[in-house]
Structures are given as C-alpha cells and as structure tokens.
Write a protein that binds this ligand. Structure first.
Ligand code: ADP
Ligand code: MG
Length: 287
C-alpha cells in the first residue's frame, strides 16, 4: 500500500508547480542517478533571435520572406522565431505543399517556388551544396527551387534558471547530467560548457535520442533511475522510455505533457532538484 505521507508529498510538490502523476514517480525521484535534458525550450528559452542574414542570389528581404512563409505552418521554436523576425502578416494563399521534416526543417511551395529551410542534414538529403564555413549559432539554410539561397544565423539563450538547476542537481549527488540536442555541435558544446553539464550529444535526430538513452541506461548502476526532461512533440518517445519522464509544461507541447510522468508547470528546470528534495523528505517520513 502507498504510505499516506506520499499523498502529502505529491500535494507539496504540486504547490511548488511540480505535478507528479503517481507516488511511484515521486519515490523514483529520490533514486535518480542520471538526468538527461533536451536543449531547446528546456535549458534554453526556445526563442531564437536573428543574428545574420546571408543571402545568395536573392535579397535579404526575399530570403527572410521565403523562409518565414515556408516555416509559417510549423510550431517549432525556430519557425515561430523566424515568423516573428519577418514581422509582417502571412498570406496563406501564397503557400502550398507544406511538409515538416522532423529534425531537419521544412519544405513548402511559396509563390509556386519550392522552398527548403533547415539544417545541413536537410541540404545534404536534398543534394543542395551549402555554405560550409564555421558558424557559431543555429543555422537555417535555405534553397529556392533547389538552388542554394543562403542562410539565416539565429541564436537562443540559456534560461536564467538553468545554471542553478544543474548546480542543485550536483549538490543532490546526481552522478551525470547530460544534454541531447538536434542542434549543431558548436551550439551544443557552448551551452553544455556554460551550464557545467557532464556530457553533450548533438546533431541527433528524434529517434537518435532514444538510442542515446539506451546507451546511458547501461551506464547506470543498481536501482539508480534515469530521468529525461524535455518539452517538444519530438520528445514524447524519449519521455516514455526514461524511468522518469519530466515535461516542462510552461511552453511544452501537449504530446510531451501527456507522455510525461512529472510535469513542471513553470519554465524552471531547477524544479527537478526541488522535486528531489520533496521526494527524499517524503521517503524519510514514510519509513
Ligand atoms: P532540439 O533537439 O533542439 O529540440 P529538433 O529535433 O526539434 O531540435 O530539431 C533539430 C534541428 O533540426 C534544429 O536545430 C534545426 O537545425 C532543424 N530544424 C528542425 N525543425 C526546423 C524548422 N522548422 N526550421 C528550421 N530548422 C529546423
Ligand atoms: Mg525539442
């Protein structure tokens, strides 16, 4: 039977904005050994600002317009940011054949022209030669009718709360903090270094994230638990695979909230350490 005090623990957690979907998950929190984070929207704000626009064969304005139009049907943080950078109203009548390519970008027809907007993986997949110089930031490469049309360099920021979140996990004796991201290695390493994460794996497709989790499971000992923290639609399979799936509910997708065992109602990853403290305290009362 479930000790009564666990209900107290779940109630206490919910008062702090941590929704625990069962006493077993609250108990598991105290036994966490590895905490794995998604990057965008979890450790970073998920709001990208345009840093540079480098067109090729089109004007800057055209490049941004084509990209914003091609991205206009997507809810990806990159799409939302590019639409807001464009700033003008989108005329849906100019757009057709929209396709979102998970972990790659988008494809759509705008004014009858085929626009591709996404990362290097997308350009490679479509056989488009792209700018290969070193760029520090998240890069959206664009092609118009299969011709490279340049790139838009964008940048996200780490959340003010993220450094505290990692520090508190270390103080709680978590053995490993890990970040998984579909973004490029430069961005991944920069964020990991800034936050003091133990490990980072970048350029992962959504399916690769589940494979990485399997690898990390093998590094865990005894009854230690692995927690994954994410917020995106793509994160649902990873949330489901982890011992403890934690969704950031603040900006998170419904799919992530549904798949999670624990939902953090704010955008603060430090709530994970708060939850662990409540878990340990509750266990002490129960035993
Ligand atoms: P994350 O691990 O940051 O949550 P995703 O798996 O959603 O990332 O995406 C991985 C990468 O795929 C992004 O960093 C970006 O390069 C590219 N990408 C995904 N969706 C889009 C989009 N709508 N527009 C442009 N690029 C995208
Ligand atoms: Mg994501």
């Amino acid at each position: 039977s479930i000790p009564l005090s666990f209900f107290g623990g779940i109630g206490g957690a919910s008062k702090k904005g941590i929704l625990v979907k069962g006493s077993n998950y609250l108990e598991a929190l105290a036994e966490t050994q590895i905490v794995v984070f998604d990057k965008t929207g979890t450790l970073t704000k998920g709001v990208f600002n345009v840093q540079e626009i480098h067109p090729e064969g089109v004007s800057k304005e055209e490049l941004l317009e084509f990209t914003a139009y091609a991205e206009s049907y997507s809810n990806h943080p990159i799409s939302i940011s590019l639409k807001s950078a464009y700033g003008k109203e989108i005329d849906n009548g100019r757009i057709s054949e929209v396709e979102e390519i998970s972990g790659h970008g988008v494809s759509a027809k705008v004014d009858g022209k085929k626009i591709l907007a996404g990362n290097i993986k997308l350009m490679k997949k479509m056989n488009i030669p792209y700018f290969e110089g070193e760029l520090i930031g998240t890069v959206v490469h664009v092609a118009v009718d299969n011709q490279y049309a340049g790139y838009i360099l964008i940048a996200d920021e780490v959340k003010a709360d993220s450094a505290k979140a990692i520090k508190e996990l270390k103080e709680a004796n978590i053995k490993q903090t890990v970040m998984l991201t579909g973004d490029n290695k430069n961005v991944g390493s920069k964020v990991a270094k800034e936050l003091g994460l133990d490990k980072v794996y970048a350029e992962l497709l959504p399916g690769d994230k589940v494979d990485k989790l399997e690898e990390l499971f093998l590094q865990k000992s005894g009854k230690g638990k692995l927690a994954f923290v994410g917020d995106g639609i793509n994160d649902a399979p990873v949330l489901a695979r982890a011992d403890i799936g934690i969704a950031m509910g603040g900006l998170g997708s419904d799919a992530a909230i549904e798949a999670a065992d624990i939902v953090i109602m704010t955008d603060e990853p430090s709530k994970i350490a708060t939850g662990m403290k409540i878990s340990k305290k509750t266990l002490k009362i129960a035993h």
